[in-house]
Design a protein around this ligand. Sequence first.
Ligand code: P6P
Length: 324
Amino acid sequence: MVVTVQQHIQQQQADITAASGTFSLLLGGITLATKIIEAKIRTAGLSDVLGAFGQTNVQGEAQQKLDVFANNALLHCLGARDMVAALVSEEDEEPVTFDRSPDKGKYIVVFDPLDGSSNIDVNVNVGTIFSILKRQPEGDLQASVLQPGYKQVAAGYVVYGPSTVLVYTTGNGVHSFTLDPTIGAFVLTAEKMQMPKHGPYYSTNEANAEEWPAGYRTYIDTLRSGTAGTYSSRYIGSLVADFHRTLLKGGVFLYPPTKKQPKGKLRLLYEANPLAFIAEQAGGMASNGTGRVLDIQPEAIHQRTPFMIGSEREMTLLAEVLAR
Ligand code: P6P
């Protein structure tokens, strides 16, 4: 008997808010949007959705047509759910808010609608990343958006690849689902996933190496030397795909600070935090080079962070090398 995401959520006992129908409905908005996105991606080459949209987003990046499509799908599917107080997207400068009372609008969803979209034209995996926060009783809505990652209620991603896989956690382990196109539902394929304590891959854009602080060059040189074990380099250039491999096979992904981007390239709220929550729930680790990603107090919704994430052994060695 297949188990869908909504059924799985309702089986979760760990967090009553996660098991409640409201939360299950909320996740249903995300799975619906990602199925709409998946259907468009699958036929991208056949319809006029490839290439640039002709505008830049708040990040100053050229929006791809599918970025806009994916963003609109999530805003539409989630905005219609009355438990949503606000939506924060990589594509929108400000949060989209809804005039709902705090007892109704209980959740804030933060998302990167289509991460790695520049790869879509060459048919490389892309993904949707999401993070769910509870609206705080005190303070304004902005204060509820800028919560540190350890306060996430849930986090997950969908990787659009040879198959479409959704991975999520509500703090009670990491679980994965595969989209079954014959029934149009994400079906449970793995529960309580564990990231290997060690893995044979390091994943980083080595073209930036001369711009990194020296400790990161020393670290990668150590992995390449064979003195810490045998490693291969794997870099897809699509965060969700590089992380999904790291979750399943182990190893380490790094996007260190560079001279051009001393605060890092990747975004804290809707890239680093959700993946860090998943990694820690699976026995892995996530760091900004000086501390735990999930402990960072956000100051702005689009702020960036240096981002290293992976297996216990590789992340422990990184901390040792950076501390020298
Ligand atoms: P670079 C894609 O544009 C992205 O935001 C992530 O998906 C990916 O990990 C990173 O940027 C790749 O950046 O500088 O190596 O091309």
